[in-house]
Design a binder for this molecule. Structure first.
Ligand code: ATP
Ligand code: ZN
Length: 295
């Protein structure tokens, strides 16, 4: 595939756990795409940024080959590829942002009835996983010799089938492990969706990449942000300011008979905050969601 010179390409998972949140994030950044989403390629209508819909495992490689410049994958996929690439050279991509969705962990689990007293308990066992490099790295760090059995799906049933003694797989709620009579004994990686990008500098398209990164930062910040508004008497202001949620940036406006404080809060605004503020003299307290943010 020849490299597009004037448009940026972002690869996202075509269908799976990350698909919806990835496309939702890009839409919140103001990107709109033409063509139905089940196609491989979506043309960006609002900016020269196109979308490639592929299997998540292919994304790091597509970036390394220069087929696309950015992509969204689980950190588990990115790290697995990074360790794999250590023997051959560089991975060809860098992690640009944590995106706050697709949270899970890569964990080792053993059958409920088996004992586990630390990594050494894994010595000599057959461990089934789709992440041989991450698991291999963990075993190496703990100086444990075990057999790594690579499976590309249904890892959790391997102990019941007798093809492995333990597994190393992604866990979020843990329900799959419970359903398969397995017990999580060690977590080897905390994962979430990450934006990865080409390790080589982009040409003139760097401008679009930077624009997108700024918008992504805005979307991530806005997700946790709230606008707190309250009225008070000027004389209460000094006592009220320390009661605002930590990191809030207040704006004080003069009003007939008093002041209005508008505070942008990036941390949760709790009932405890509101009650303390009210006690400190604030009235007409209001907490509003923030739609967009550019600072
Ligand atoms: P593909 O067909 O694209 O290869 P897949 O089967 O590898 O899909 P999914 O199951 O859709 O992938 O998971 C995609 C990513 O979602 C994982 O790599 C991981 O980062 C994240 N994830 C979050 N929670 C879980 C979970 N409980 N199990 C598996 N993956 C999870
Ligand atoms: Zn996959």
């Amino acid at each position: 595939m020849s490299k597009p010179r004037d448009r940026l390409r972002i690869a996202v998972q075509k269908s799976g756990r990350l698909s919806e949140s990835s496309q939702d994030l890009l839409q919140r950044c103001g990107l709109k795409f033409r063509q139905s989403r089940d196609k491989l390629f979506c043309f960006g209508e609002t900016l020269p940024i196109d979308l490639l819909l592929v299997r998540d495992d292919d994304i790091p490689g597509l970036i390394a080959q220069g087929v696309c410049e950015m992509g969204i994958v689980g950190r588990n996929v990115a790290q697995e590829r990074r360790i794999e690439a250590q023997t051959t050279g560089t991975a060809g991509f860098v992690e640009l942002r944590e995106l706050g969705f697709g949270r899970c962990r890569l964990s080792i689990a053993v059958p409920n009835e088996d004992t586990f007293d630390g990594p050494q308990s894994l010595a000599g066992l057959r461990i089934a996983t789709s992440y041989p490099h991450l698991l291999g790295d963990y075993l190496k760090r703990h100086e444990v010799a075990a057999d790594v059995v690579v499976l590309n799906g249904s890892v959790e049933i391997a102990p019941r089938l007798g093809t492995a003694d333990a597994i190393c797989d992604l866990v979020s709620s843990g329900a799959t492990l419970i359903a398969n009579q397995l017990r999580e004994v060690a977590s080897i990686l905390d994962s979430q969706a990450v934006l990865i990008g080409s390790a080589t500098p982009l040409d003139e398209r760097a401008e679009y990449a930077e624009l997108l990164l700024r918008r992504i930062d805005g979307v991530i910040r806005v997700r946790e942000s709230k606008l707190l508004i309250l009225n008070a008497a000027q004389s209460d202001l000094a006592a009220l300011l320390p009661l605002l949620p930590r990191g809030a940036t207040p704006n004080v406006l003069a009003r007939q008979g008093g002041i209005t404080v508008q505070a942008l809060c990036h941390e949760a605004v709790t009932w405890t905050h509101l009650e303390a503020l009210k006690k400190g003299g604030a009235s007409q307290l209001m907490v509003l969601p923030v739609e967009s943010l550019l600072s």
